[in-house]
Write a protein that binds this ligand. Sequence first.
Ligand SMILES: [Fe+2]
Ligand SMILES: [Fe+2]
Length: 384
Amino acid sequence: MPDEKRPVIIYGGSFDPPHRGHTALAAAALRQLNPAVLYFVPGFHTPFKDLRPAAFSGRAAMLKAALAEAGLAGRKEIKISSFEADQKRVVYTYETVAHFRRLHPGAPVYFLMGSDCLAGFKGWRRPGFILKNTRLLAGLRPGCAMHRRSGVPFTALAGRFPRADSTRIRAELFLGGRPAQLHRAVLDLIAARSLYLARERALLRKLLSPARFAHSLHTAELALRLAGAAGVPQQKAALAALLHDCARDLPAAELRRCCLKRAPRTALPELTLKEAPVLAHAWAGAALAREKFGVKDAEILEAIEQHATGAPGMGPLARLIYVSDLANQGRAFREAKLVRALAFKDFEAAFRAANYIKLVYAFSGGGWVHPLSVSLWNSLQKKR
Ligand SMILES: [Fe+2]
Ligand SMILES: [Fe+2]
């Protein structure tokens, strides 16, 4: 068949990171359609959605590694296109389809996707245009029946495809795991380039005792599970939770220096150092996160600063870290389990409960109670 009549396949996605599901779909599409070309088109990652998105170059390198391990290296039909990433904005699928349609005017064009995407297809921008200019090509994932209800016409790829959820894969990576859905070559590349917060975890491990480091991972694990309910991007949740106690094991003099550096214009750090020095690591942690980890995101720094005492007017990320610090599965006390269970049903109720539990604990100790914790309590009563 002459090349201009052979199909062209567009495979769009974030490929953050590319996994076995992606390579299995591509392999099946190559087998079934014998295309002239199959374009992987990694999308542009908006910095607003994610804190430090994996750059196109990193995702392209991971894709090449995944393809090589899947036995697809050297297939001249496969190309990795920077069309979407080059535009530095979110590019809608219909625009990508229009672009490749112009490049291959006579060829049948297919748009490859997982069957789970079919269910949401009608909500995409200009679905009519996409269907007029391409044929949808979908691999059916095990147990996924959504495609039958979607009513969207598509060509099914023969075979069964591994279930892989990129959100879960990233969460596992942020915690230092090695997700089974990733090719070993991709995992090696992630380690070599310190992607998915590996650099931050390595630095943190040097600053904290093993028990404190484990607590930070537990906090991050819960923060990642609750991020959606709290309305917080995944990577931001992970980084703030990992770093929330980064100053906890600092020597006293360094703790004092960092604490005063964070908020030199208010009396609160000075007061905290005098009355409850154990809480000063929250201010010091915010300063250290900026100084040593290069964190500039104001919400992350605020969440670290407020995690121990709470404060009136806490934002969604600060609330998430406050709850996750108290209620993570590494905590042995009974209330932690109760707040954790509550957080999955009603996050705001769990936040109020965390404030209550911390205050009861502080008052029962009979000593000085931080004014910010009391102010948070009072502010929550006014809102109700
Ligand atoms: Fe802490
Ligand atoms: Fe903590």
